[in-house]
Design a binder for this molecule. Structure first.
Ligand SMILES: [Zn+2]
Length: 403
């Protein structure tokens, strides 16, 4: 039986609302999952995050393995207990971070937004990619480390997450079709090893999600989707390079979800590392249930607010001097803790320039509020049967609370 109970479906697309029932609670879907990479949503407390309306956070296996280490977290009863987060937690497998070291360190590059020559493969701090797993150097102390399917599952078992992701190779955009094909096959073999380890040793209540790879090649994506759907996992994630631009990204995701519609039953689907406003809208239409992305929180820490400005990729850069004398609010009509407190753009611009910690927190609250309201609006639209009109209004620049 699927952990996802589908509540309503949009007749015009693959979108659905649901309730994802996990060990520590229920996630209302479609949902955005904020990153608690190293065990905190940077600058916020768990109360802040639940107060905004989020049901689940994502912890990072790779970073938590290096520090504070899985044994220390386990000793406190798992990541949720360690960080005092009252709800469900998803952990990624660490594959993305491990492979980012070899395929180029910038996440955008792995998502295919910047091309790199083939020669960059194997550089960075990966020492070897082998059938058994990956050997690499720790960025913390330079020591040699190893991660393979069993290691990743063992760490995620110690972290005690509600959802564990299988260990995969996150293939970047610039590799060849042949490399992608071989890597995808190895990812499927690693999937079986992850499932074997988990069925023998993993926490019973922990759901395991497989990951669809296959790069930007339609046959490989479809084969990978069918292959992972054929394994008994709790859910399915879509990862790897999704293309060079948004049009290609949507096409690549649609190949996977189209295949999953036919073969995966009603299992929940997670789209890895995608979180721009238009991408969330399209992802929901393609039948994605959960998303995670560093973008809203990372932008906040760099002085950029999310705003209903599609022509500016829904961004308002507060480092620009144009806001210096602006008495107006950050975003008109926003009721986030930052906007509700009445802070002017001028004050926030000044705090950004002065590098005050407070503004990182204020903008993080605002950006996550913007995203949580967007997801709430999309869920309501699906439930009320007017997703096409609401999606069009949001794409045209309506704020989530106006659309
Ligand atoms: Zn706000």
């Amino acid at each position: 039986m699927s952990a996802l109970e589908i509540v309503n479906r949009d007749p015009a697309s693959q979108a659905r609302t649901g309730r994802l029932k996990l060990a520590r609670g229920t996630v209302r879907t479609p949902a955005f999952v904020p990153l608690a990479t190293k065990g905190s949503v940077k600058s916020l407390t768990p109360d802040d995050v639940t107060g905004l309306g989020f049901d689940m956070v994502l912890g990072n296996t790779f970073h938590l393995m290096l520090s504070p280490g899985p044994e220390r977290v386990k000793d406190f009863g798992g990541l949720a207990e360690f960080m005092r987060w009252p709800g469900p937690v998803i952990t990624d497998s660490g594959g993305f971070q491990v492979f980012s070291m070899g395929h180029g360190t910038v996440a955008d590059e792995v998502k295919g937004r910047r091309s790199k020559p083939e020669a960059s493969q194997g550089q960075g701090r990966i020492l070897a990619i082998e059938e058994q797993g990956v050997r690499f150097r720790s960025y913390v102390d330079g020591s040699e480390m190893f991660m393979g399917p069993e290691t990743s599952m063992e760490i995620q078992a110690a972290l005690g997450s509600d959802i564990a992701l299988v260990f995969d190779e996150c293939t970047p955009f610039h590799v060849t079709r042949d490399y992608t094909a071989r890597s995808t096959e190895r990812t499927h073999r690693w999937l079986d090893r992850c499932l074997e380890w988990h069925s023998a040793n993993g926490p019973q209540e922990q759901l395991v999600y497989s990951i669809v790879q296959g790069g930007v090649y339609e046959d490989l994506r479809r084969e990978s989707a069918a292959a992972v759907a054929s394994r008994a996992t709790g859910g399915i994630a879509i990862g790897g390079s999704l293309g060079a631009d948004k049009a290609q990204m949507y096409e690549v995701v649609s190949w996977a979800t189209d295949e999953l519609d036919r073969t995966a039953g009603e299992r929940p689907r997670h789209l890895l590392g995608i979180g721009e406003v238009d991408d969330l809208i399209r992802g929901v239409e393609l039948g994605i249930d959960t998303f995670d992305c560093a973008m809203p929180t990372r932008l906040a820490r760099h002085g950029t607010a999310m705003a209903p400005r599609p022509e500016k990729r829904w961004r308002l850069d507060l480092t620009h001097a144009t806001g210096r004398d602006d008495h107006g609010p950050l975003v008109e009509g926003c009721e986030c803790p930052c906007c509700a407190a009445g802070f002017s753009r001028a004050y926030l611009h000044y705090l950004v320039k002065a590098r005050e910690f407070t503004v990182m927190r204020l903008l993080t609250l605002h950006n996550l509020y913007f995203v949580v309201k967007l997801m709430e609006r999309l869920r309501l639209a699906i439930d009320e049967g007017d997703l096409p009109a609401v999606a069009a209004a949001l794409r045209a620049g309506a704020a989530p609370w106006e659309a």
